[in-house]
Design a protein around this ligand. Structure first.
Ligand code: ATP
Ligand code: MG
Length: 570
């Protein structure tokens, strides 16, 4: 047999418990030595960074062990599922860098699930119960004391079968009937006390339409989906840990019914393990809440650059490699915690620093005039496209008598240790020349509107001919041929680390009113041809990318991906 165990490399720090679990199974020869995982989103919203973590785990483990990973639409709940969400999910998973080995809709298994449920009824392992949810709370009881059996628990098989079929046909109102697995009313695990496995829902399903009026519950459907697909290792988030005995119970029933997939003579018995979900500061991460932000127009759609959705992060200029690296760094554990958004931003900077083209842009402009450069004279500065990557080459940036510089690079009354522009001080205009400010021009209100000075003609490229020390280097844009473009400066969507703890009781009150600021900026003329999907570092400012919706050919509008300043403490 082919050896599927993996020898860890030195750089490999990810020998977490899920990996050990799979390694042990392989060593024990379980499941015919195969690893099959799955990522099972419900197509009821756009996937977010938390899902990205699960994607990295599910696809990552399959890759590591040369196995297979299925993409499955967990569409057993008709209310909010759509094909549009299915398409977006696929696109986002591909963009993250993963390709599934098989694609499934759970709803295609409805017939088989039904058949399995009827078999349970026939074997006395399930019954139709008519207690209301409210009544059930009393019957179910508390973990420390046995519950009370439902009065319907021992109803005849034929009666349950008849009612079950009439539930499907739509004869009963929602909440009046359900199918319960007959397990153990004395179990300390509440999920084991005759859990509901089918409930009535009178809503059309995006694929099966009106064919069904009752739908399987997650705890019943999920193990069946895993088993029918031949999944070996089913990884999910921690809240399902207490459901695991029920998962195993269903798998045992499938085994009894002879429904487990057999590979090379070996039964494939799926197992479930749980890991801590990702919680990220300054955002919310439930599709329900994200949907609310979209529906109430608090954001510009699911892919608003401030959203924690994969599509939002793509539109903002995050890279798949940065997101994967982030997921790798946060690791996999059994303990819930909150991850600092700053770590994600650190990973984004780390990747963009490697790949982003450098350009100059002035976000808060003030005019600078080189008095000893005659009007109409054009000079050139040559600058590297990416100092981190010599292969990225160089570019030529024109400059003339009038430039835009950033207001923050100038002080009329300089603070201590301010080495940038102030009257009498010499600075380097990045890649161009040395410049000394001689005087200022003010408007009637007394505000500085022009900075005047002279350049040193022997300082081509910004280097003094005599080796004198120049402490300040500033970026600039030539006024005559600058591109004027809109720039959207994004900040955190929420002002609180955990918006759900907002004292008012509503996470909406924790929304950051300044999460986007729209400004006009001047930039190097070459940026006119920037297109979405490209990454730029505006030198000394931050990382930017053309917005995919707002940009027009020849007229890009830029999103700020992240500032240059790193607040992450390693
Ligand atoms: P939401 O509450 O955002 O709707 P969900 O768990 O209901 O999340 P699903 O579409 O059912 O959404 O999730 C698909 C998979 O992604 C599940 O296996 C789930 O455990 C995992 N997942 C969802 N949120 C996170 C998270 N924050 N961290 C890690 N995994 C997650
Ligand atoms: Mg879910």
């Amino acid at each position: 047999m082919e050896d599927k165990t993996v020898t860890p490399t030195e750089s490999d720090t990810s020998r977490h418990f899920l990996r050990q679990w799979i390694e042990e199974d392989l060593a024990a020869g379980k499941n015919d030595g195969t690893v099959v995982t799955r990522f099972p989103p419900e197509p009821n919203g756009w996937i977010h960074i938390g899902h990205a973590k699960a994607v990295c785990v599910d696809f990552g483990m399959a890759q590591l062990f040369k196995g297979r990973c299925h993409l499955r639409m967990d569409d057993t709940n008709p209310s909010k599922e759509t094909d549009e969400f299915v398409e977006v999910l696929k696109k986002d998973i591909n963009w993250l860098g993963f390709q599934w080995d098989a694609f499934y809709y759970a709803c295609d298994m409805f017939d088989q699930m039904w058949d399995i449920a009827e078999t349970l009824i026939r074997k006395g392992q399930a019954y139709v119960c008519e207690l209301s949810q409210e009544e059930w709370k009393t019957y179910r009881g508390v973990p420390t004391r046995p519950g009370t059996p439902s009065p319907y628990r021992d109803r005849p098989v034929e009666e349950s079968l008849d009612l079950f079929r009439r539930m499907r046909a739509g004869e009963f109102a929602e909440g009046t009937h359900c199918l319960r697995a007959k397990i153990d009313m004395a179990s300390p695990n509440i999920h084991f006390r005759d859990p509901v496995i089918y409930r009535i829902v009178h809503q059309p399903h995006y694929h099966t339409g009106d064919a069904w009026h009752c739908y399987p519950m997650y705890d019943f459907a999920h193990p069946i989906e895993d088993a029918l697909e031949g999944v070996t290792h089913s990884m999910c988030t921690l809240e399902f840990e207490v459901h695991r005995p029920l998962y195993d119970w269903v798998i045992d029933r499938l085994d009894e019914q002879g429904r487990l997939v057999v590979r090379n003579g070996k039964k494939i018995r799926p197992q479930q393990r749980e890991f801590a979900r990702l919680n990220l500061s300054y955002t919310v991460m439930s599709k329900r809440l994200l949907r609310q932000l979209v529906e109430e127009n608090r954001v510009d759609g699911w892919d608003d650059p401030r959203m924690p959705t994969v599509a939002g992060m793509r539109r903002r200029g995050y890279t798949p490699a940065a997101i994967r690296n982030f997921c790798e760094r946060i690791g996999i554990s059994k303990y819930e915690s909150q991850t600092d958004l700053a770590l994600l931003e650190y990973c984004v900077r780390d990747d963009l620093n490697r790949i982003a083209q450098r350009r100059m842009a002035v976000l808060n402009p003030i005019k600078l005039i080189i008095d000893n450069l005659p009007e109409g004279t054009m000079l050139e500065a040559e600058l590297p496209n990416n100092p981190e990557d010599p292969e990225a080459g160089k570019r030529v940036v024109p400059f003339g008598r009038e430039l835009w510089i950033d207001r923050d690079d100038f002080m009329e009354v300089p603070a201590k240790k301010f080495f940038r522009i102030t009257v009498g001080n010499e600075v380097r205009l990045r890649g161009a020349c040395l410049f000394t400010c001689t005087h200022l021009v003010k408007n009637d209100a007394g505000e500085v509107v022009e900075i005047h000075g002279t350049y040193d003609p022997t300082s081509k490229g910004g280097n003094p001919s005599d080796g004198r020390k120049i402490k300040g280097t500033i970026h600039w844009v030539c006024a005559q041929n600058a591109l004027a473009a809109e720039v959207r400066l994004y900040d955190r969507l929420f002002t609180m680390e955990n918006p759900m703890d907002c004292p008012s009781g509503s996470f909406l009150d924790a929304l950051n009113p300044d999460s986007v600021k729209v400004i006009q900026a001047y930039m190097e003329p070459s940026l006119k041809n920037a297109v979405p999907g490209e990454f730029y570092q505006f030198e000394r400012v931050g990382y930017f990318t053309p917005d995919v919706h707002a940009s027009q050919p020849g007229a890009p509008i830029f999103n700020r991906t992240v500032t240059l300043k790193d607040s992450f403490k390693k």
